[in-house]
Ligand binder design. Structure first.
Ligand code: SF4
Length: 309
């Protein structure tokens, strides 16, 4: 059997709905832990308001925030995948689903032409929604994750020297916290994704994926990187920033670092914030057209992180 375009379309509309209106369990649990540990009264109040807001949004099956972000897809293909109509049919289904979800949920139609500001009112346009692909050596399925990133989604890049090392990474991480929070580029608490190494575009790609496609509490399997994640998380939560930029100790939900082999002369670093609205949802569609929704994107597999030839 092969996966039909209609099944992809209907499933992707539902995937968008879940991402927009259901807060993932890992984010929910971490927000509660931050609220319990926050000493500042105002910041505790803000965190409790976020929880109340989510409960109300979920009850009405509506998005938490008026900015419903920029929907995009991450597609992982098993090597034995069968797609009726091939990848053209898949992409058509995902674009149609984004148009329908924008109307039905509704999502705010955020996508506009960068100069004319023309808006088709459906979150579809040139290079929108973005679709990224990875592959697995086995599997008669396709995994589709949608992420709706906050519109201004703080991201930045810096080319460090190898000798800047971990102190340089920490400096950049803290500079981004201050800049993004003060300029309203992200709403804390946030998941911070960091891309270390690779080329500039590799660093950006894996850093954004680290922010959006890993569960809170999941540590990088490389012990040196896992230790850095822990250190940065503690550093961020002792920086004086609390939720929504108030004073406190709870601006960071989690720090996720991913690495790629870099040029021997440089240490590229990118930093990305994914706000507490954390809109993501994943589904597996099997070749027999059966469908399984889940919360964990399972994006960073051992195969995806492989080092060998
Ligand atoms: S960063 Fe998140 S919470 Fe803030 S406006 Fe954007 S989507 Fe809403």
């Amino acid at each position: 059997m092969a996966i039909s375009e209609q099944v992809v379309y209907e499933t992707a509309v539902e995937l968008h709905r879940r991402a927009a209106t259901v807060l993932p369990q890992d984010v929910r649990a971490r927000l509660k832990a931050l609220e319990d540990g926050e000493q500042d009264g105002l910041s505790r109040f803000v965190l409790s308001c976020i929880a109340d807001n989510w409960a109300a949004a979920e009850q009405d099956s509506r998005p938490l925030c008026a900015d419903t972000g920029l929907p995009r897809f991450y597609v992982k293909c098993g090597n034995d995948l069968q797609l009726d109509g091939g990848f053209h049919a898949l992409e058509t289904a995902l674009r149609r689903a984004t148009q329908e979800a924008t109307r039905a949920i509704p999502l705010r139609p955020n996508r506009v032409h960068p100069l004319s500001r023309r808006d088709f009112n459906n979150n579809v346009g040139a290079h929108a929604p973005g679709i990224a692909y990875t592959f697995e050596p086995e599997g008669d399925w396709i995994d589709i994750t949608t992420v709706h990133r906050g519109g201004l989604f703080g991201s930045d890049y810096r080319m460090l020297f190898p000798s800047d090392g971990i102190p340089g990474i920490k400096r950049f991480f803290l500079d981004c916290l201050g800049q993004f929070f003060q300029r309203g580029l992200s709403c804390p608490p946030v998941i911070v994704g960091i891309g270390l190494g690779g080329t500039k575009d590799d660093s950006f790609r894996i850093g954004q994926e680290a922010a959006c496609l890993r569960l809170i509490g999941d540590r990088n399997p490389d012990p040196q990187i896992a230790e850095l994640e822990q250190e940065l998380e503690e550093l961020g939560n002792s920086s004086g920033f609390g939720p929504m930029g108030f004073r406190g100790r709870s601006s960071i939900l989690s720090v996720h670092v991913e690495s790629a082999y870099a040029h021997t002369g440089g240490l590229p670093v990118s930093v990305h914030h994914f706000c507490f609205a954390a809109r993501r949802s994943t589904v597996r569609i099997n070749n027999d057209n059966s469908v399984e929704f889940r919360e964990d994107p399972l994006w960073f597999t051992p195969y995806y992180r492989r080092e060998e030839v």
